[in-house]
Design a protein around this ligand. Structure first.
Ligand code: BG6
Length: 302
């Protein structure tokens, strides 16, 4: 098999995992991706980071926001879609020199399998974190993307080493909205959150609306969050499992300028609703232990 820096070649991926008219491996956004097509929808998933970049239901605008500057192979995660933050969320808990949000979102994952049926297509990736110098533990991450009339992303962590892992992580989903100033995020009323901009803990009152920078870890959140998007006459429901924390993030104007990869007015057309283990929601994995987290996205009527 021909490989380049550990990346499986497109021809090999198509030969081994392609499914005629349903699952193909192609170059998009400057790098290798899988395109999964079903009667109801298609999705684009990059090999880099096992990152879903697009999920489009027939006749609908993309469910996921992606920067107009989105490009694979830059050494950074694409700004948009569903980056996978693993095995830590945010800055490393004790070593600020390590990359924020872990080390798998800009690295190539290995395609393990594909599957399809009349109404769905599925692809599974693996990342073996046993040899990186960025982490003292050993673990496998297994990520499955299932595409149909909903999009489900599942991430399983297996502790393959002999030390206990304190796992934090996120499916860092960028949802597309027509106009963030008209959107409302439902399902977090009465929940406590850590305001990452001030360090304060506060309680949510009513829907979350956004008219400035927002960076919050809501905890005690195991239920579906719904983003109402009247500008696109739809809502997006984000269900989950294995997660008791939800991050809501919008960088607004000044932080977008600092980030440099949001594109003009990008902040107006997105909100991150992240299915997490973050803040006080930390998973403890003894040797041999497993943890499973998932997020399901569905377009709903307003
Ligand atoms: C969010 C964090 O999950 O990710 C924010 O809560 C952070 O604090 C944001 O700014 C984006 O992170 P990055 O590393 O992709 O720029």
């Amino acid at each position: 098999m021909q490989t380049l820096a550990g990346v499986q070649a497109l021809s090999d991926l198509n030969a081994q995992f392609g499914v005629a008219n349903r699952i193909t491996f192609e170059t998009r956004f400057g790098g290798p991706v899988a395109v999964l097509t079903t009667p109801a929808a298609f999705a684009v998933v990059a090999i880099q980071g096992a990152q879903v970049l697009s999920y489009v239901l027939n006749g609908q605008p993309d469910v996921l926001w992606r920067s107009p500057l989105a490009q694979l192979g830059t050494g950074k995660a694409v700004r948009g879609g569903i980056p996978v933050c693993w095995p830590w969320f945010g800055p490393h808990p004790v070593d600020a020199a390590r990359p924020a949000h872990g080390f798998v979102r800009a690295a190539p994952w290995r395609v393990e399998s594909t599957a399809s049926g009349p109404a769905y297509c599925e692809i599974s990736f693996a990342f073996d974190a046993s040899t990186t110098s960025l982490w003292e533990h050993r673990a496998m991450a297994l990520l499955t993307v299932r595409v149909g009339d909903e999009l489900k992303v599942s991430l399983e962590t297996l502790n393959t080493g002999d030390s206990t892992i304190l796992l934090t992580q996120a499916l860092h989903t960028y949802l597309a909205v027509g106009d963030i100033t008209k959107a409302a995020i439902k399902g977090l009323d009465e929940r406590m959150f850590i305001d990452q901009l001030t360090g304060e803990q506060r309680r949510q009152a009513g829907d979350v609306t956004i008219s400035g920078e927002v960076d919050r870890i809501y905890f005690g959140t195991i239920d579906r969050v719904t983003v109402r998007d009247p500008a696109q006459a739809r809502a997006i429901g984000a269900g989950k499992s294995g997660s008791a924390s939800t991050v809501i993030w919008n960088p607004w104007i000044a932080k977008s300028e600092r980030l440099g990869d949001m594109g003009t007015d990008g902040y107006r057309h997105m909100v991150c609703v992240e299915t997490c283990n973050a803040g006080p929601d930390v998973e403890t994995l003894a040797p041999g232990g497993r943890h499973h987290i998932s997020q399901s996205l569905r377009v709903l009527p307003l």
